[in-house]
Design a protein around this ligand. Sequence first.
Ligand code: APR
Length: 253
Amino acid sequence: MKDLIKETAKYLVSARHVVALTGAGISVESGIPPFRGEGGLWEKYDPMEFAHINSFMNNPEKVWKIFMGDMKKVLLAATPNDGHLGLARLEALGILKTVITQNVDGLHQLAGNTDVIEFHGNFAWLRCLKCDQRFKTVDIDLSEAPPKCPCGGIFRPECVFFGEMIPPTALTRSQEESSQCDVMLVVGTSALVQPAAYMPVIAHQSGATIVEINPDPTPLTRQISKIFLQGKAGEMMNEILSEVSRLIESKKH
Ligand code: APR
């Protein structure tokens, strides 16, 4: 593993344009459950019943009750962990340009990354289904399910439900970044949901080196990822950052 970390650090330090694609796995060490695999939310709830736009519109109270329960941590934005902080450090070092995230928890922005593409929207904002006004989630009383707008309408979170389009600007920008990067870090995603999982394929087809960080292999691992760092995001990012810092230091002398 040490050699793979060294190889990753070399790619990062000499890269022209680095992009990261992240999934729920990078927030697991912040206490936010993933969707699939061990402790995954979709092991408890059927995503088509609770995360599809049709199920939300048919019964917003039922879906909001889930958000207030298991996903409350997502709503209240837990704190960034070493995985998020490592990506923010790579931006501060001028190495990482953009994070494309499938997560809606806002932790990359909290960690300090300034160019974050929210591929599946976010929970930071709520929009009224009746008057279309937007409110910050933190400013709304969430004790009532579904939370109501002052106009009496029902709020929806600005996250992307199954059955909805990816926000066009997020999709276009992600495709551009993926086709222009020469290194892509893929951190904490099962790579099962399209079109997000296609971004590493676009990057790979454009000649980029794909480095995947995940405790488990994914459909990308054998065919797309050049380096597979099998482990947790926080631990791997800490090792990568210490090797990157060592390389930068050695270049100075
Ligand atoms: N560090 C890194 N990766 C981890 C960690 C960790 N500590 N713990 C778990 N993982 C990995 C799992 O092995 C899995 O591959 O993170 C991945 C989580 O996969 P999912 O739960 O499927 O999350 P994600 O890939 O983001 O799902 C994509 O599906 O339900 C939709 O909209 C939802 O954005 C989500 C999309």
